[in-house]
Write a protein that binds this ligand. Sequence first.
Ligand SMILES: *Cc1c(COP(=O)(O)O)cnc(C)c1O
Length: 387
Amino acid sequence: MAGRNHLFIPGPTNTPHEVLSAMHLPMEDHRSPIFPDLFKPILADLKKIFRTETGQCFVFPATGTAGWEVALTNCLNPGDKVLIYRFGQFSHLWIEMAKRLGFTVEFHEVEWGKGIPLDDLEARLKADTGHEIKAVLATHNETSTGVTSDIGGVRKALDAANHPALLFVDGVSSIASIEFRHDDWGVDAAISGSQKGFMLPAGAAILAFSQKALAAASTSTYPRAFLSLQDQINTNKDGYTPYTPSTPMLHGLRKSLELLLAEGIDNIYARHHRLAEGVRRAVAAWGLEICAQPGFESDTVTAIVVPADKDAREVISIAFKKYNISLGAGLSEVSGKVFRIGHIGDMNDVSLLGAIAGVEMALLDSGIAIQPGSGVGAALEYYRATA
Ligand SMILES: *Cc1c(COP(=O)(O)O)cnc(C)c1O
């Protein structure tokens, strides 16, 4: 099909031309004396994206999922208890991983569409007077439902309970896109991946750890090998890696950091908010609902609920086959009930208006009664008024 297939999925996201060009280069010697000139500044600049001065950043040649495993296996001891809420596919998968790795998982169900219930969390932490909970696992942006939780609020709950548990945050679809403050929120392990806000191909787990987490890692007895933080620490200090890094990925990351820092982290948050708000207005104009409950709306991905007698998979299939755009599918419990528009990464008003127009056509083709142009009209008026 002529024209471009644009990604309106919440990862992998569209990779900017400058980043693609920066990655297209011959392989190089990762043990050369000049390799640290590339790698050390990347590790330093990542701290600005995570907003940490006291923490340390890491890049593993893996994906976000491995980042969960790095946090669990490096900072905890075998069998340790972790507390987590399940309200979507990614929090679900993190629970499953922690169980498989032999941790004691205390998890609580939350209605899909909502996020971490802060009052409940605070009460549970206060009740844990013996401090058996060693870590709270928080999914910042639940990509499957388009729900953002209040991580600053999670920190407040920990502090209100005077609880020493570590705070691990899955920020795979939030970091580098929506507000994330590693130091201010007292995050101990922040987990991200390359293919979302960082606008790169999949293949890097991008992480930040607090000094408290690193101290825990230095005494933890959980077995780990490839995903060892200590092996990274030992080699990263001289600007090298414990095994062969993906050098094209690092050059791409160098360029994406340049783009992100040139735009400015606060401007990036504001842009994502504005783009997301236009999508929400379009959905309201169609007369449809979003999965996220008020107060939990994500600025990187919106999950849109189709009428009960319709199948969201058909909308996604028509959008791809007939109009050449990729939308996110509903996962597990919301499969067929929602489709998702990813508005994360390299995105602007006009690109997103293309997505909204494509969605309108696919909705109409699926027999969902919306007014043609209503969503596009609502979004473009909002974008014009706030440009
Ligand atoms: C994409 C995503 C993951 C999984 O990351 P992979 O890179 O696919 O391993 C984990 N958590 C969230 C919130 C995500 O959006």
